[in-house]
Design a protein around this ligand. Structure first.
Ligand code: AMP
Length: 727
């Protein structure tokens, strides 16, 4: 378990009643014990005062000695100095306590807890470093058998909870993506992190991470930090995402930050594109990238998906797949890797109507939300009723709110602890200029609060960008009840003339002409009327062509319109599956003493839904009849679709329970007769006796979630646990 301080950190400005004695310094150095209520800021300035007083008194002692003062006078001054030092260190201790309670402390406990979890995960092959026999590659991991099973359970539930329940259209697109797609999305130009290099060894670091580590370290460990410096460092952390390469470089220099491994000087920060570049086909003429997200595959298919959906909005498309990011210096295990599974939803909606018919289903949910006002006031996340957050406008619209609620239900159903899950709104400086509102589902683990799901209203940006680049209008239509009369600029390309001039490229030129904005079309009309021809950029051809007057007619017409044409907005929940799984591992892990209390046994308290194996079958003793019964039970479990293992090793039953508790198997069937068996629940260690014929259906009932263990306990006789049962 994590220490409680790190589970519910207090905000930096929270006032804490300190019961530690604090001494107020007087001119006579008399010490008055007092109970105070002090904030971090107050304590910092208090400490600064104490330290100045210590300095002044030390100087006074030196002076007395230099002047050859009487011994009693010197002794009195030395005593006063000692008293001042005691006061100063008492304040320093209080400050350290407050910093710890604010979330900065307990680093050692967190590290030890993480080590215990990670050791178990690696030893039981949940995951391991990839290519280990060749010393591995940073940021690449393999899932072993139980890890694969957990991952596939999480993904199966994701499909059930989102794709199935919301009638989403699932797609599966290639990882290799042509450059033009990622140019349109902005990734080629902007998907960068700022990097610095060790000037001597060339080792690369993420510049913002070095600055962040420096600030956090100082804030957590340096109790003598003056109040202004403390405010400054907190401010740097708040604006970290906003700093330009120059500003970041200046800060690294100002704070004297050097390469962490060698203490060598660092280069200036410069942008590094995180995409893995490749070329498609043998010629090397067609550049491409491994996709950094799955979303673009959905956007480029919008037209077909809209048609598939009967030309109706809203609808959502979903995709699960690998994403690749060449992280500069991957760290934190599964949390920052170079290849990971993303599960993304693109929900397309009319920008004029972002209501959601099923919002009522989630409106009453109450959970921790961290809107930007609270963040900027230095406060912590608070429980908020989702319906209220949308009604007050804290969350921009119902559809965004609906997905926040659904993500909350998804994560908590998997086994994520409600108390360590919060929804944090992006600060204005974190959001892209086109985004309307963004919230991250953050889960607290031993590394702190980790963004696991991003939920963003991205407006119409993505579809517009691909419309512009491809020349294919990615739009939707709304039919009017009655046609309305409008003045309309009509662009009518002459397919015949364009066909003669551009042959195979005719279609792309036609589409580009039709996709012109009103201003572009009016410009073209003016040029064609004055010069008879004009140059025209066709993005999909990546070149300009000459358009003649005969090739297109542009004029304004009064027209009856039957429908409105618009670019849909998109609301995007994006799930980092590996991050969710890692946090789940930490939230489910605990240790309990063995019966003899001489060792600690590891347990993963996975809900049956995600448990890698749903039950084990143990013949109590090596015996042909019991082995035969175990085989019969195994057959019925297989027929019921329940993953299980038979453990026929003759080791004690307690040892076998401990072994399966460690991989989170929720139920163990012990065969101690040929007619009935016991079923043991991992968490309570309670056992019930069930007949052989019923055992598979009972296990299925609890693992499918139709009944709880408590329900089952009512229906079957309990089995008293013998001394030998649990080790
Ligand atoms: P983003 O597109 O950057 O918002 O990322 C979407 C989600 O992917 C995040 O919420 C994370 O859960 C996950 N993610 C992003 N980068 C990584 C990474 N390097 N390793 C593992 N998961 C990541």
């Amino acid at each position: 378990m994590l220490p409680s301080a790190s589970r519910s950190p207090l905000p930096s400005k929270t006032l804490i009643t300190l019961l530690l004695p604090i001494f107020r310094h007087s001119s006579t150095a008399a010490a008055l014990p007092m109970e105070v209520t002090a904030s971090e800021e107050t304590l910092r300035s208090n400490l600064a005062e104490k330290q100045a007083a210590v300095e002044a008194q030390a100087e006074a002692v030196r002076k007395l000695k230099a002047e050859g003062a009487e011994k009693p006078e010197i002794n009195a001054a030395v005593d006063a100095l000692r008293a001042l030092k005691v006061e100063s260190s008492a304040v320093a201790r209080c400050l350290q306590t407050v910093i710890s309670n604010n979330g900065g402390g307990g680093a050692g406990d967190r590290e030890a807890f993480r080590q215990a979890v990670v050791n178990t995960l690696e030893r039981r092959l949940f995951y391991v470093a990839s290519f280990k026999i060749y010393r591995g590659v940073a940021g690449l991991y393999d899932y072993g058998p139980p890890g694969c099973a957990v991952k596939s359970n999480v993904l199966a539930f994701w499909r059930q909870h989102f794709v199935l329940e919301e009638n989403m259209l699932e797609v599966d697109c290639p990882c290799v993506t042509p450059e033009i797609v990622l140019k349109a999305s902005g990734h080629v130009e902007k998907f960068t992190d700022l990097m610095v290099k060790d000037e001597k060894t060339g080792t690369c670091y993420r510049a913002d991470h070095l600055l962040k580590d420096y600030c956090k370290d100082k804030l957590e460990k340096d109790v003598s930090l003056p109040a202004e410096k403390n405010t400054e460092l907190k401010h740097v952390l708040a604006v970290l995402d906003d700093l330009s390469a120059e500003e970041l470089g200046a800060k690294l220099k100002e704070y004297g930050i050097v390469a962490p491994d060698t203490k060598n000087l660092l280069s200036d920060p410069y942008p590094f594109n995180l995409m893995f570049r490749t070329s498609i086909g043998p010629s090397g003429l067609s550049p491409g990238y491994l996709r950094p997200e799955t979303a673009q595959g959905i956007f480029v298919n919008f037209k077909d998906l809209y048609y598939y959906n009967g030309n109706r909005l809203p609808f959502a498309a979903a995709q699960i797949g690998q994403a690749f990011r060449n992280e500069i210096s991957p760290r934190q295990g599964l949390l920052r890797v170079r290849e990971f599974t993303l599960a993304e939803i693109e929900h397309f909606v009319d920008p004029k109507d972002k209501s959601h018919p099923k919002f009522v289903d989630v409106a009453d949910l109450e959970f921790l939300m961290f809107p930007r006002e609270l963040q900027m006031a230095g406060e912590s996340a608070k429980p908020v009723v989702l319906g209220e957050a949308v009604r007050k406008g804290t969350v921009n619209n119902e559809t965004l709110g609906y997905f926040i609620g659904r993500v909350y239900l998804f994560l908590t159903h998997l086994g994520i602890d409600k108390e360590r899950l919060r929804f944090r709104q992006h600060l204005p400086n974190e959001m892209a200029h086109y985004a309307v509102d963004c919230w991250d589902a953050e889960i607290e683990c031993s590394y702190g609060w980790i963004e696991c799901v991003g939920i963003a209203d991205r407006s119409a940006y993505d579809l517009r960008a691909h419309t512009e680049k491809s020349g294919v209008p990615l739009v939707a239509h709304e039919r009017y009840p009655e046609p309305i009369e409008v003045e309309k600029l009509l662009i009518t390309p002459s397919k015949k003339e364009l066909g003669i001039a551009f042959k195979a490229n005719q279609k792309m030129v036609t589409e580009a002409l039709e996709a012109m904005t009103e201003a572009e079309a009016l410009d073209m009309k003016a040029s064609l009327e004055s010069k008879g021809e004009t140059e025209f950029q066709v993005c999909s051809l990546e070149k300009s062509v000459i358009i003649k007057k005969s090739m297109v007619s542009i004029h304004i017409e009064k027209k009856k319109e039957h429908q409105r044409t618009f670019t849909p907005s998109v609301i995007e929940p994006s799930f980092g599956i590996g991050r969710i799984i890692y946090c789940l591992f930490e939230h489910c892990f605990y240790t309990r003493p063995s019966k003899s209390e001489d060792e600690h046994l590891n347990v993963f308290r996975f809900p049956p839904l995600v448990a890698p194996i749903k039950c084990t079958v143990f013949p109590l003793v090596k015996n042909e009849k019991f082995d035969e019964t175990a085989k019969i039970i195994s057959k019925s479990l297989t027929a019921a679709g329940i993953s299980h293992i038979i453990d026929v090793t003759g080791t004690s039953i307690g040892k076998r329970y401990a072994r399966t508790d460690e991989i989170g198997v929720p139920f163990a069937i012990t065969v101690d007769s040929t007619r009935s068996v016991t079923i043991r629940d991992r968490d309570s260690k309670d056992q019930i006796r069930v007949s052989i014929d019923e055992v598979a259906s009972v296990v299925k009932e609890v693992t499918d979630g139709q009944s709880t263990w408590a329900d089952i306990m009512w229906r079957f006789p309990t089995h008293s646990v013998s001394q030998a049962d649990e080790d």
